[in-house]
Design a protein around this ligand. Structure first.
Ligand code: GCU
Length: 646
């Protein structure tokens, strides 16, 4: 069977010689065999530093090496005259260099030197896949890893996926859901040989497999009557479990754990805290240099909407900051980018600025749970880049990217023919990998790169496509929940509008709209005090209703409808304007797309056209429900007299 090659389709390379040995060099040789050749006067050599002497550019490469080395994954590319060398310390570095060459060879003219090293040592995709093949929050078919209670027999598609990930520089993958249910608890027992098969495929591409595990596994597997992290029997149990897992997969990256979160078991049942729980697993993994990714998505799932002082946004910080410093060295705290839950707009989590002692991973969501579910076009590159470049102090302090040890994204891939359901959602996978390597990369340039590699189209068509896509996140933001207030999606499915759907739920996701105003008061002065979790001057900026950035106003403040934003409009008029504008933008996207659609292969053309048409219907529903809701509450008409249904 063949799979959509995504962005690994039409590239060509000249003849390449390889001066390297080992498994990754073998992978590069196999890759080269699949790549189309072009006659070219440039002679390309790929070599590890140990064999640099075998290449004519050895001296130039030596000169280019950074004083602190290339590290495990870095590489150098040097061109002088008609010689071009890609050099790295390791096979993994060389593989990254190979894909760099593949991506940019066409543009490599004249003499140049490039040194590339990834910004973060761990760049992970997390799949929320279950053994029966279902994918939690998956919008692109079923699991590519798991089916009918086991790992799939034919790993051809997994290999194709590993290539895609390696080609954008990713190096870690979690094949199973963070919600580890009964069947998946057995991945670390009954399914180890299958996990080993998966790991072998990813290993060929320099990608480590990590496993999500169940904190209560000692009980659920029937071995113990407790999972208390301080009980010596539990300690021994996890140590033996880790031993078995590493016998099967000696280079497993480690475990991922969702504990005491959304009803998943954890240390709290035994009066222990998160550091006790994380360290239990960290110590079991330490002999094998494994890492625990311990998730900080912890909040009260039984919140009472009547209590205006309770605030879910506070929870992760309140749980984890007091524990900072208590975690073992091989624990990485995994923090969602926002304090709520992957909304199209929310504040950046204060944990990302305030954890001082414990390394942490930034968790993003490529699967578009709250951002259109791969039915709506929503290119997330600009949003991720904004998060990565967020100044954690508000005064020129370190950015999130400066402080983060690892990046994780929940994957947007399934067994749909085009991997992502919406063909254009492939761009999110691409951009995630590239931003994880280089968080300063320009999201629009990434779109150009992606589109050029993906479609056989001329430059003008590509520019038009990029223009259709580049602003799609802001468009999505405009026609959905306004001004950072979040959670107006249909409960459960999380697609389409339901303005009051979560207003009285126990999950702490409210907008508090009444006849006078809307928004969540998270100030120290009169609200939940969440703004106080940020350092100054950031805290002060969020606290002050006049200084708070417009796009987050309703995330931080409850304001009257006639409150005037920094952009000069009232909150209510802004809600109307953005909802009309968002819809109009989708309409324009569709018109522009239809004008170029025939230049694309039929499968892409039909897929994209159908999705954009669906998006227009969705945007219409959002526009009208949100506008009508606020019109009915406030009684204030649109200043521009556009149609708002009564
Ligand atoms: C969201 C999502 C869940 C998921 C959870 C998590 O709330 O809706 O499906 O399990 O995040 O990140 O753990």
């Amino acid at each position: 069977m063949t799979f959509d090659p995504c962005w690994l389709s039409g590239q060509r390379l000249p003849e390449v010689t390889i001066h390297a040995s080992g498994a990754l060099a073998q992978t590069i040789r196999a890759e080269l065999r699949q790549t189309r050749r072009v006659r070219h006067d440039v002679e390309v050599a790929l070599c590890t530093l140990g064999r640099l002497g075998e290449t004519p550019l050895a001296a130039w490469v030596e000169q280019a090496l950074p004083v602190d080395g290339l590290g495990d994954e870095g590489f150098v590319v040097v061109r002088r005259g008609n010689q071009l060398a890609v050099a790295a310390e390791t096979g993994r570095g060389l593989l990254h260099g190979y894909f760099y060459l593949l991506r940019y060879f066409e543009w490599m003219t004249g003499d140049f030197t490039v040194v590339e090293r990834p910004a973060f040592p761990v760049r992970m995709l997390a799949h929320w896949d279950d053994l029966d093949g279902s994918v939690e929050r998956g919008y692109a078919g079923r699991s590519i890893f798991l089916r009918d209670g086991r790992v799939v027999q034919d790993l051809a598609r997994v290999r194709a996926y590993a290539r895609l990930l390696a080609s954008v520089g990713l190096n870690a993958v979690v094949p199973n859901n963070v919600n580890v249910h009964a069947a998946e608890t057995r991945l670390i027992t009954d399914h180890l040989s299958d996990v080993a098969r998966l790991a072998a495929v990813f290993r060929e591409y320099g990608i480590a497999v990590h496993l999500a595990v169940n904190f209560a596994a000692p009980i659920e597997l029937g071995d113990l009557d407790t999972a208390d992290p301080l009980d010596p029997r539990v300690v021994r149990w996890w140590s033996a479990a880790a031993g078995r897992v590493y016998d099967a997969v000696p280079d497993l990256g480690g475990f991922v754990v969702k504990a005491d979160s959304e009803n998943r078991p954890g240390p709290a049942a035994y009066g222990r805290h998160h550091a006790d729980g994380a360290n239990l697993l960290a110590r079991a993994l330490a002999p094998y240099r494994g890492t625990v990714h311990w998730r900080c998505f912890v909040y009260d799932v039984q919140q009472d909407w009547r209590d205006r002082t309770a605030d879910r946004a506070r929870a992760a910080y309140d749980y984890f900051i007091p524990l900072d410093g208590l975690f073992d060295d091989n624990v990485v705290l995994q923090v969602k980018h926002g304090p709520l839950d992957f909304q199209a707009r929310e504040a950046v989590s204060p944990l990302l600025g305030e954890l001082q002692e414990t390394p942490f991973a930034l968790e993003l969501q490529a699967t578009q749970q709250y951002t259109g579910q791969q039915k709506d076009l929503c290119y997330l590159g600009p949003w991720w880049r904004e998060i990565l470049q967020f100044d954690t102090t508000g005064a020129g302090g370190p950015t999130v990217a400066d402080r983060t040890e690892a990046v994780v994204a929940v994957a947007n891939v399934g067994d749909d023919p085009n991997w992502t359901g919406h063909k254009l959602a492939q761009s999110n996978l691409y951009a995630y990998g590239r931003l994880a390597w280089d968080p300063a990369a320009d999201p629009v340039s990434l779109l150009h790169e992606w589109a050029a590699a993906t479609f056989a189209i001329d430059d003008r068509t590509r520019t038009e496509l990029v223009e259709i896509m580049a602003g799609s996140w802001r468009t999505y933001e405009r026609y959905t929940a306004p001004l950072g207030v979040g959670f107006m999606v249909t409960p459960g499915t999380h697609h389409g509008p339901s303005v009051n759907g979560s207003e009285y739920s126990a999950s702490g996701t409210y907008h508090f709209a009444d006849r006078y105003g809307v928004g969540v008061d998270r100030t120290v002065a009169t609200g939940s005090g969440f703004t106080g979790q940020y350092p100054e001057p950031l805290a002060g900026r969020y606290e002050n209703v006049c200084a708070c950035p417009d796009e987050l106003l309703l995330f931080f403040h409850h304001v009257p409808y006639d409150h005037v934003l920094q952009n000069g409009r009232t909150v209510l008029q802004h809600i109307y304007d953005t909802h009309f504008q968002g819809y109009d933008e989708v309409e324009a996207m569709l018109v522009r797309w239809k004008a170029i659609a025939d230049r694309f292969d039929p499968a892409s053309r039909d897929n994209i056209t159908a999705r954009l048409e669906g998006q227009l219907a969705n945007a219409r529903e959002w526009r009208d429900q949100v506008n009508t809701y606020f019109y009915r509450l406030s009684g204030v008409p649109d200043a521009a007299g556009r149609t708002i249904y009564r």
